[in-house]
Ligand binder design. Structure first.
Ligand code: GDP
Ligand code: GDP
Length: 438
């Protein structure tokens, strides 16, 4: 299920970023940052009493902090954020009072008709009485005093924000034998075209099942007896009004879709090559434990050796951290090789759910031990005793060894490479854990 989205809006310098940092689970855990001409923002994973949600910070915008900020820019930011959010936190500066710019933001917030919490920030002394009427005049409900800097007032705010989330609708029982596939990628790479192509070719069982999640469009298809639930993150974006901001939508949507997916089809525009944004999306999919198939779409445009080399080079250069992800060259336009996408997805999903026997893992551990490849430090020497798979989707392998602290990135990579060379793990991330046993 996709997580509720909370947008923190307000004019510059009222303390939005400070508040977001205070509320997010891990202060450094910016899930994603996007910088653009009209929008810079970051997404943060949050959790309050077990309820998870995403906070959007529109505050970290240096350019907006300069003196000559245009009201239209502020308005634009607020508009897009409100459009996307389930709940809005509107921040004003209690040391300054209400300004024209606050009123501008208030107009946008009121129009959204979404639950709004008005935060009067920088009230560092909890005894301070608010000049309530001043803030009531913004027309967005009761003001609440808070100090993002010191933290007081934030717990109550979170209680109320979480209570305002849309009811959790029980998802329809998922077809257990269907593979969940998220189609992710930058705007215009061909996600919708690919989805349509796959749906048309492969008897769409149910199309446009409006997901219980607010905006997901799931498409069920069947191919060679295997069912797939395709979540096209582009289809969701196209339902929204704000067209200028496609990059942003594809990201927020992508996050929710990835949470549910076994495998992500990362669609890349082959005529452009693998970009930094594609790289980020792949990183996000890995963090969420999804298998990945890289779909190099628009292959019909790759008609010279130079172009082919350019794509291959960009793939090699930018996907060094996911060399295990297979890639397929397709054209959603002509239909070229689109079946290969499904074949690769099935293969990745099988590996994602792979369970490797302890006895097989220990054969590998023995081989590694006999090869003498280990780490020594002063008079200590790493000894791996045994290993077992302790999780799946994606596979988690736990190694018991005498000195886990000796293990460094190099050794971990070495183990990962050996695992991948020995077992069928193509298309899935894997996790390694180390436990001490003398
Ligand atoms: P944004 O532009 O709305 O994201 O604002 P920032 O979070 O960057 O904060 C602007 C300034 O206000 C910074 O110097 C913060 O340290 C300060 N600030 C934020 N919250 C508080 C607060 O609760 N009390 C005080 N005294 N200062 C704060
Ligand atoms: P999305 O934003 O990722 O869903 O991308 P769309 O599916 O809307 O496609 C964006 C544009 O790329 C459209 O003009 C498509 O016709 C075009 N397109 C999609 N797939 C291909 C392809 O395989 N080859 C070519 N040449 N164009 C494509």
């Amino acid at each position: 299920m996709s997580k509720p989205v909370v947008a923190v809006v307000g004019r510059p310098n009222v303390g939005k970023s400070t508040l977001v940092n205070r509320l997010s689970v891990n202060r450094d855990a910016i899930v994603h940052e996007s910088r653009g001409v009209t929008r810079d923002r970051s997404y943060h994973d949050c959790d309050w009493n077990g309820r998870e949600f995403v906070l959007i910070d529109t505050g970290g915008i240096e350019s907006l902090k300069s003196k000559d900020v245009f009201a239209p820019r502020i308005r634009e930011q607020a508009l897009a954020a409100c459009d996307e959010a389930d709940v809005i936190v509107f921040v004003v500066d209690g040391t300054v009072g209400v300004t024209d710019e606050d009123e501008e933001v208030a107009r946008v917030v009121r129009k959204s008709k979404k639950p709004v919490f008005l935060v009067v920030n920088k009230i560092d002394n909890p005894e301070t009485m608010l000049d309530d009427w001043n803030y009531y005049s913004l027309g967005v409900g009761e003001p609440r005093a808070l100090s993002a800097g010191h933290g007081h007032g934030t717990g109550d705010l979170l209680d109320d924000v979480v209570a305002a989330f849309p009811d959790v609708v029980e998802e329809e029982p998922l077809d257990d034998d269907a593979l969940n596939i998220a189609i992710i990628g930058r705007p215009n790479v061909g996600k919708s075209s690919l989805t349509n192509r796959l749906a048309k070719k492969n008897r769409s069982i149910v199309s446009d099942v409006a997901g219980t999640t607010r905006d997901a469009v799931d498409i069920m298809i069947s191919w060679k007896g295997q069912k797939f639930r395709l979540v096209d993150t582009a289809g969701m974006r196209k339902k929204t009004q704000v067209h200028e901001d496609v990059e942003y939508y594809s990201l927020v949507r992508g996050l929710g879709a990835m949470d549910r997916a076994d495998v992500c089809l990362l669609v890349v525009d082959a005529s452009i090559g693998v970009t930094e944004q594609d790289q980020k999306l792949a990183g996000m999919a890995i963090d969420r434990g999804c298998g990945i198939v890289i779909v190099l779409n628009k292959w019909d445009l790759i008609d010279t050796d130079e172009k082919r080399d350019a794509v291959v080079n960009s793939l090699d250069a930018r996907m060094t951290f996911a060399t295990w992800a297979p890639s397929v060259n397709v054209s959603a336009l002509t239909g070229r090789a689109t079946d290969k996408v499904l074949a690769a997805a099935v293969h990745a999903a099988q590996n994602h759910a792979n369970h490797i026997k302890t006895s097989q893992l220990n054969q590998l551990v023995t081989q590694i031990r006999e090869s003498g490849h280990t780490i020594t430090q002063k008079n200590r020497r790493l000894k791996v005793h045994y290993a077992t798979q302790t999780g799946d989707k994606p596979p988690v392998f736990t190694f018991w060894c005498n000195a886990p602290d000796l293990i460094d990135d190099n050794y971990e990579r070495f183990l990962e490479n050996r695992l991948r060379a020995t077992f069928s793990l193509e298309g899935t991330p894997i996790r390694l854990k180390f436990r001490r046993k003398d």
